[in-house]
Design a binder for this molecule. Structure first.
Ligand code: NAP
Ligand code: MG
Length: 500
């Protein structure tokens, strides 16, 4: 349906939209206990969209109580997997049915193009929840190969109360990567969206209830990290934190856990993805197009953004020219225009951060060869041009720190060993890519690159069945695939003595 909507259609849909703005606890929308709210600003124009409940410790206590009570009652946690499947399939169907509305909420809240939110974010979330629903009644437990005197049943049980703390760059999709497997395995879940993007999370709470997810099993707490996020991290009755966000905040969660109940923590953190293009790349046009989309897609606000172009010296100029050509077509526009390929940066703070990094790059001696400025300031929104730096040394700040904006650093190499060395010279290890027609070179590089996913002759390809997550300070634990279910389950051995 969204395929046929014009900018005017989207704008009138947006005007008709009303927002759910409260927390969802124990099956009901409720205000924050303090009565406090915070403003949600539309980054496309700087105007206030809505006032959202600012949850804090007391709300966390209420949500954890509701989640625990539901877990203990067993209406979800002890339900047959095939029954949970039916409910979750309905949940996925309801999200799909509300694609237009949810896509609008994503775009208005955090500035991404409506084309992406309607074609990627919402469908990707639906697919994720459906996939885990479908998986749950097909996964078997184990019997250990012990001696004849015993039978050891090895079962996976839900961990209990799971708190999912997620970022703003793909609000619904990052949430789905957590709540899909966490709910499927029978847990009670508390979702804390980022302060910049709570609207879609709040809305799907009632869709979950409508689908038949029992009260207390799925709760949503909008609010700030320092308050609601920290209170979840430190709560003694939360069994598991599943986090996506920056490495800095990921480390806080390890601390919170250590200072409270040793809850398990899994972290999907940042990245500084090396995209290595060798001179024998099989298709330079494809590589350059993928490199451009790999850094400009979603305004560069992507954890695995290909922010380091590590290109063989002899083809560097040609590749950079081709990336510029894609960048020219991708200039930022109104996020509600279905033709827009790049939208607004999420907020003023992030805008200043990105522009600050561009300044730092110049000061440290790198050269801006494309873009580099704020644009569309007259709209009141926060837009940055697709930007390319050349002459970057991997030691420079812009090559080491995650910018989370549309800023590409170009670094050259002359031999493949050096490319891998530069690629690995990072505190992060979320993803990497290598382009070459030589299978031996590709496999050698893929083995030596320290990253959770290595793409060969493509960039950012994926499937819900393939795990995603990092090495090093990109975190640990995997989202997507059956492996994600490990995070939300305890392994229990039941040893039955049967004698000789
Ligand atoms: P962030 O600042 O780390 O925030 C992530 C979440 O943590 C938000 O819900 C945030 O709440 C909360 N939070 C912030 N400070 C906290 C604290 N002191 N205690 C507890 N919770 C706290 O990250 P972001 O700016 O939203 O997102 C960008 C980051 O996410 C980037 O580093 C990116 O690489 C990473 N990311 C990683 C992946 C992946 O799969 N590896 C995917 C997407 C994004 P508030 O915002 O409400 O304060
Ligand atoms: Mg934040």
């Amino acid at each position: 349906m969204s395929a046929v909507l014009s900018i005017d259609n989207w704008k009138s849909e947006a005007d008709r939209l009303s927002f759910r703005t409260e927390a969802f606890i124990g099956g009901k929308y409720v205000a924050a206990a303090s009565g406090k709210t915070f403003d949600r600003i539309n980054p496309a124009n700087g105007k206030v969209l809505a006032q959202v409940a600012a949850c804090d410790k007391e709300d966390v206590d209420r949500a954890v109580k509701a989640a625990r009570a539901a877990f203990d009652k067993g209406a979800w946690s002890r339900r047959a997997p095939s029954d949970r499947k039916k409910v979750m399939l309905k949940f996925a169907d309801l999200i799909e049915k509300h694609t237009t509305e949810l896509a609008l909420l994503e775009t208005l809240d955090m500035g991404k193009p409506i084309r992406d939110s309607s074609k990627i974010d919402v469908p990707g979330s639906v697919n994720c929840i459906r996939w885990y629903a479908e998986a749950i009644d097909k996964v078997y437990d184990e019997i250990a190969p012990t001696g004849p005197e015993a039978v050891s049943l090895i079962r996976r049980e839900p961990v209990g109360v799971v708190a999912a703390v997620v970022p703003w760059n793909f609000p619904l999709m990052m949430a789905s990567w957590k709540i899909g497997p966490a709910l499927a395995t029978g847990n009670s879940v508390i979702l804390k969206p980022a302060e910049q993007s709570p609207l879609s999370a709040i809305r799907i709470a009632e869709l979950a209830a409508e689908a038949g997810i029992p009260e207390g099993v799925f709760n949503v707490l909008p609010g700030f990290g320092e308050t609601a996020g920290q209170a979840l991290g430190r709560h003694n009755d939360v069994d598991c934190i599943t986090f996506t966000g920056s490495a800095e905040v990921g480390k806080y969660f390890l601390k919170y856990s250590g200072e409270s109940n040793m809850k398990r923590v899994s972290l999907e953190c940042g990245g500084k993805t090396p995209n290595i293009i060798m001179a024998d790349c099989p298709d330079l046009d494809a590589a350059a197009t993928a490199a451009a989309w790999g850094i400009f897609f979603n305004q560069g606000e992507v954890c695995n953004a290909g922010s380091r172009l590590i290109v063989e010296e002899s083809i560097k100029d040609e590749v950079v020219e081709k990336i510029k050509a894609v960048g020219r077509k991708l200039q930022p526009g109104d996020p509600l225009d279905p033709k827009t390929g790049m939208g607004a940066i999420v907020d003023k703070t992030q805008l200043d951060r990105v522009l600050g990094y561009i300044d730092t790059g110049k000061k440290e001696g790198a050269k801006v060869v494309f873009g580099g400025a704020r644009v569309r300031a007259e709209t009141g929104g926060y837009y940055v041009e697709p930007t390319i730096f050349d002459d970057v040394d991997n030691k420079m700040t812009i090559a080491q720190e995650e910018i989370f904006g549309p800023v590409l650093s170009t670094i050259t190499f002359t031999d493949p060993e050096e490319a891998v060395r530069i690629g690995n010279d990072s505190i992060y290890g979320l993803a990497a890519a290598v382009w070459t027609r030589d299978i031996t070179k590709a496999l050698k590089a893929a083995r030596r690159l320290r990253a959770g996913v290595v793409w060969v002759n493509c960039f950012d390809n994926g499937h819900i069945s393939s795990p995603f997550g990092g090495f090093k300070q990109s975190g640990f634990g995997r989202d997507k695939s059956l492996h994600a279910m490990d995070k939300y389950t305890e392994l229990k051995a039941t040893w039955i003595h049967i004698g000789n």
